[in-house]
Design a protein around this ligand. Structure first.
Ligand code: GLN
Length: 310
């Protein structure tokens, strides 16, 4: 097990990245289809690195809360794999989709079985699976307990205004859910599962909390052992191949580390055996991933030399 190179000066690296990102002229636009997120100031940028040895380094707006959105899909997948194991893969695939996260086209072609658990229909199936007859309140409680335990921080909550905003404008996700229900790949009502999903997406965290919460995916002796070691590897594999939707290949090429993005502008990146890294900047690129967040972790990977490819 390799550990963080003690020669690396993370403070200097983060200061340089923050200075570059704070001055960047092109920042992307915040997600417009969730009204509560549409007017967020895109000048914000924060980053945090939680090392396997317990040290945490931060830069910029590292203690400002943001909506984690699709980064939550990593946590629900961890819960679902823990509960259902391999049976989950009867209902959702493990291949990159090559299409936007909310595309319905492929779902029709593939008869209601989503390509992977990180595009929206795949994440809806995962949430539908962990609901399994439980009240949404119980499942969301379990999810928050998991995230708080992972982050070692109880001050992590759901932003009800964001959840409401997405529920009121959730036609597209509802359409995906109804389509899967028509194919027999849904166990609960589309409204119940979508409502739960909108709430999981509305979890708020700071970059510091998100970096801390990702340590269960780093592996290694001092990391929280919330899931089995082989599931850690599998979730990382899915993050690398599918975590950025139709931008996953580009992210793997530029960063070389598993990552999961959200339309709130957050990205969780795992350097296996070394660190959990969180970055947040609300302006998005054409794939709906944080524009400056991606650039920042690309710079970070260059500076540290970290990559899963050696
Ligand atoms: N809640 C968002 C949605 O379902 C999450 C999408 C994302 O972060 N890519 O559209």
């Amino acid at each position: 097990m390799s550990i963080a190179n003690p020669e690396l000066d993370f403070r200097v690296i983060l200061d340089q990245i923050c200075a570059e990102m704070q001055a960047a002229p092109h920042r992307g636009e915040a997600a417009q289809y969730i009204p509560e997120l549409a007017s967020i100031d895109t000048n914000q940028f924060g980053m945090a690195v939680a090392l396997a040895d317990g040290r945490v380094f931060v830069g910029g707006d590292a203690d400002r809360r943001f909506s984690i959105q699709s980064v939550s899909k990593v946590f629900t997948l961890a819960l679902a794999l823990g509960r259902l194991g391999e049976d989950l893969w009867r209902r959702v695939g493990r291949e990159p989709s090559g299409l936007p996260f909310n595309s319905i086209m492929q779902l029709e072609h593939e008869e209601g079985i989503p390509r992977n658990p990180f595009i929206n229909p795949g994440a809806l199936v995962v949430t539908d699976a962990i609901l399994a007859g439980h009240a949404p309140r119980e499942v969301l409680g379990e999810l928050l307990r998991f995230v708080r335990a992972a982050a070692e921080d109880d001050d992590i909550h759901i932003d009800e205004a964001v959840a409401r905003s997405e529920t009121e404008h959730g036609d597209r996700n509802m359409a995906l859910a109804h389509f899967m229900a028509a194919h027999g790949n849904f166990r609960n009502s589309p409204a119940l599962t979508c409502g739960t999903y909108f709430h999981q997406c509305a979890i708020e965290m700071t970059p510091r909390q998100l970096a801390m919460s990702g340590r269960f995916l780093v592996g290694g002796p001092n990391m929280p052992g919330l899931i089995a070691r082989d599931q850690v590897r599998r979730i990382n594999a899915l993050m690398l191949t599918c975590g950025h939707y139709d931008g996953s290949g580009d992210f793997a090429y530029r960063v070389g580390l598993p990552g999961k993005s959200g339309v709130g502008g957050g990205i969780l990146v795992i350097a296996p055996g070394r660190a959990s890294i969180a970055v947040w900047s609300p302006g998005l690129n054409q794939y709906g991933n944080s524009h400056l967040g991606t650039l920042a972790v690309e710079r970070f990977a260059q500076a540290t030399g970290w990559s899963v490819f050696g």
